[in-house]
Design a protein around this ligand. Structure first.
Ligand SMILES: Cc1ncc(COP(=O)(O)O)c(C=O)c1O
Length: 438
C-alpha cells in the first residue's frame, strides 16, 4: 500500500466516523431541548481536511494557511488577509500596526486618542489601553452602532483613529464614519469579528476600513476552533501586520523558506554588521500570533459554506423578527438602511417602563432551554478592569452614554446561527411573546 492509499483509507474512516458520531441531529423537543445561541456547524469535509493536515504534520502555518488567507481575501474583496490565532489577536495586531514608526506622522503614539464604543467586546479596546493610547468612548444609536452625531464632539487634536465593531453583525453607518475619518485624516479599523459576510452598500464589511479583523471562535460565522484574521488592501499596513504577527521580524519569507528577498546576507540593517542574516533582523517589537495549518485546513472547508451560513443567519433573523412583530414591552434592534447584516444574533431591549426586568425575561428563556447573551461587556467602563484607570487621563467618555447604559441594563440577544431550524426559531418567538405580552 502506498502512503497516498493509506491516507485515503484513513480519511474514508474519518468520514465514516463523522457519520456515526456527529451527523445525526437530535430531535427538537420544545422545552426539553436546549437552544444554544451559537455553535459550530460542520460535516465530514472539515474533519477530512483536518485529518489531512494532521497527516502532513507541518504543524505551524503552511500551505493550508496560504490557501485560507487567499480565499478569505478573495471573499472579502481585499488584497491581503493574514491568519492569526484569535479575533482578539487580530484586534491586537490591527491596533499595534497603527503604532509602527513606518507610518510617520500618522503613527499612533502613546497618549493619542482612538474613538470607540463602550458597548461591545473588551478586546476591541484592550489593545489601546495595553499600548497606552486613550480610548474615547461615544454612545450607540438606535441600531446599537456608533452614534454618528457624537463623532465631532469626540474629536480632539490628539485623535488618530476610529476602531469599532459592527454590532452583532449589523454594519455601522460606514459611509459617514469613513467620511469623518477621511476629513480628519484618521485610520479606521473595522472589528468585523461578528460580521463576516455582512454587506454595506452591497460590499463586504471589513473591506472599507484601513484594516478589518475576524474571529473564528466556534460561535462565529465560520470556525477554526480558535482563530482569526486581519485584512487590508494597503501594502504598507500588510508589511507591518506581517512583521508584527511574526515576531517583529523584517524578513517576509514563508515558514520553511529562506532568502525570498535574495539579499539575505547582503543588506545593511540598522547598526548591525553588514550582511547580518536578514531572517533575524527586527523592524518592530512584535508578537507571535500565527495560527496553524490544522486550523486553516478546517477554515478552508468552512469558507466554502460561508455564503450558505450567512443566508441561513439572515433567514432565521428575518423569521424571528416577523414572529415578534407587535410584541409588547420589547424593541428588536434593526439594521440601518444601507446594510444587509449577516446577523450574529437577534438583539433586543426591554422597555424602560416594562413591568418586568431584562433578567426576568432572561431567566424565563433560560428556564425554557433558550440560551441568551448580553451585548458582551454592556458598558466596558463599568467593569473591574477600569477601577484603576482615570477618566480624562487613561480614557475619555463623551456625553452620558445613556443608550450604552440602557443596553447594559435592558439588552439581551438570542441566537440565529445556521444550526437553528424553523421549529426552534418559532419556539424562541413563542416564549418571548408569551412572556412579554402577558
Ligand atoms: C466584536 C468582537 N471582537 C473580538 C472578539 C474576540 O474574538 P476571539 O474570541 O476569537 O478572541 C469577539 C469575540 O466574540 C467579538 O465579538
Amino acid at each position: 500500500m502506498t502512503k497516498e492509499q493509506l491516507q485515503q483509507e484513513i480519511i474514508e474512516k474519518v468520514r465514516e466516523y463523522y457519520a456515526l458520531a456527529h451527523a445525526s441531529r437530535q430531535e427538537f423537543i420544545p422545552g426539553a431541548s436546549r437552544i444554544n445561541y451559537a455553535g459550530r456547524v460542520f460535516d465530514e469535509r472539515e474533519m477530512a481536511n483536518a485529518t489531512q493536515a494532521v497527516l502532513e504534520f507541518w504543524l505551524t502555518s503552511g500551505k493550508w494557511t496560504k490557501e485560507f488567507e487567499n480565499k478569505l481575501a478573495a471573499y472579502l474583496g481585499v488584497k491581503y488577509a493574514l491568519m492569526v490565532n484569535s479575533g482578539s489577536s487580530a484586534n491586537l495586531l490591527a491596533f499595534f500596526a497603527l503604532t509602527s514608526p513606518l507610518l510617520g506622522e500618522r503613527q499612533v503614539k502613546r497618549g493619542e486618542e482612538v474613538i470607540t464604543l463602550a458597548a461591545g467586546f473588551p478586546t476591541t479596546i484592550a489593545p489601546m489601553i495595553q499600548y497606552g493610547a486613550v480610548p474615547v468612548f461615544v454612545d450607540i444609536d438606535e441600531c446599537a452602532n456608533i452614534d454618528i452625531n457624537a463623532l465631532e464632539s469626540a474629536l480632539s487634536p490628539k485623535t488618530k483613529a476610529v476602531m469599532i465593531a459592527h454590532t452583532l453583525g449589523s454594519p455601522f453607518d460606514i459611509a459617514r464614519v469613513k467620511a469623518f475619518c477621511d476629513a480628519h485624516n484618521l485610520w479606521l479599523i473595522e472589528d468585523n469579528c461578528d460580521a463576516l459576510g455582512s454587506l454595506y452598500q452591497g460590499r463586504k464589511t471589513g473591506s472599507f476600513g484601513d484594516i478589518g479583523t475576524s474571529s473564528f471562535y466556534p460561535p462565529h460565522h465560520i470556525t477554526t476552533g480558535e482563530g482569526g484574521a486581519v485584512y487590508t488592501s494597503n501594502p504598507l499596513l500588510k508589511k507591518i501586520l506581517l512583521s508584527m504577527r511574526d515576531w517583529g521580524r523584517e524578513c517576509f519569507c514563508e515558514s520553511g523558506v529562506d532568502n525570498t528577498c535574495k539579499a539575505r546576507f547582503s543588506q545593511q540593517c540598522g547598526e548591525l554588521p553588514y550582511g547580518y542574516d536578514h531572517k533575524y533582523v527586527y523592524s518592530h517589537f512584535g508578537f507571535n500570533l500565527k495560527a496553524t495549518d490544522l486550523q486553516a485546513a478546517i477554515g478552508v472547508a468552512q469558507l466554502e459554506k460561508l455564503e450558505s451560513f450567512v443566508a441561513k443567519r439572515r433567514a432565521n433573523h428575518a423569521r424571528l423578527c416577523e414572529l415578534l412583530q407587535g410584541v409588547k414591552r420589547l424593541r428588536i434592534i434593526q439594521a440601518q438602511g444601507e446594510s444587509e447584516p449577516a446577523w450574529f444574533g437577534c438583539l433586543m431591549i426591554v422597555d424602560s417602563d416594562a413591568p418586568f426586568t431584562r433578567n426576568d425575561l432572561v431567566q424565563h428563556l433560560e428556564s425554557r432551554g433558550i440560551q441568551t447573551r448580553a451585548l458582551f461587556a454592556g458598558n466596558i467602563t463599568k467593569h473591574p478592569c477600569f477601577t484603576h484607570l482615570e477618566n480624562g487621563r487613561d480614557y475619555r467618555i463623551v456625553g452620558d452614554l445613556a443608550r450604552t447604559n440602557a443596553m447594559m441594563e435592558r439588552g439581551l440577544w438570542v441566537g440565529v446561527y445556521p444550526g437553528l431550524e424553523q421549529a426552534q426559531i418559532e419556539y424562541i418567538a413563542k416564549e418571548i411573546r408569551e412572556f412579554c405580552n402577558a
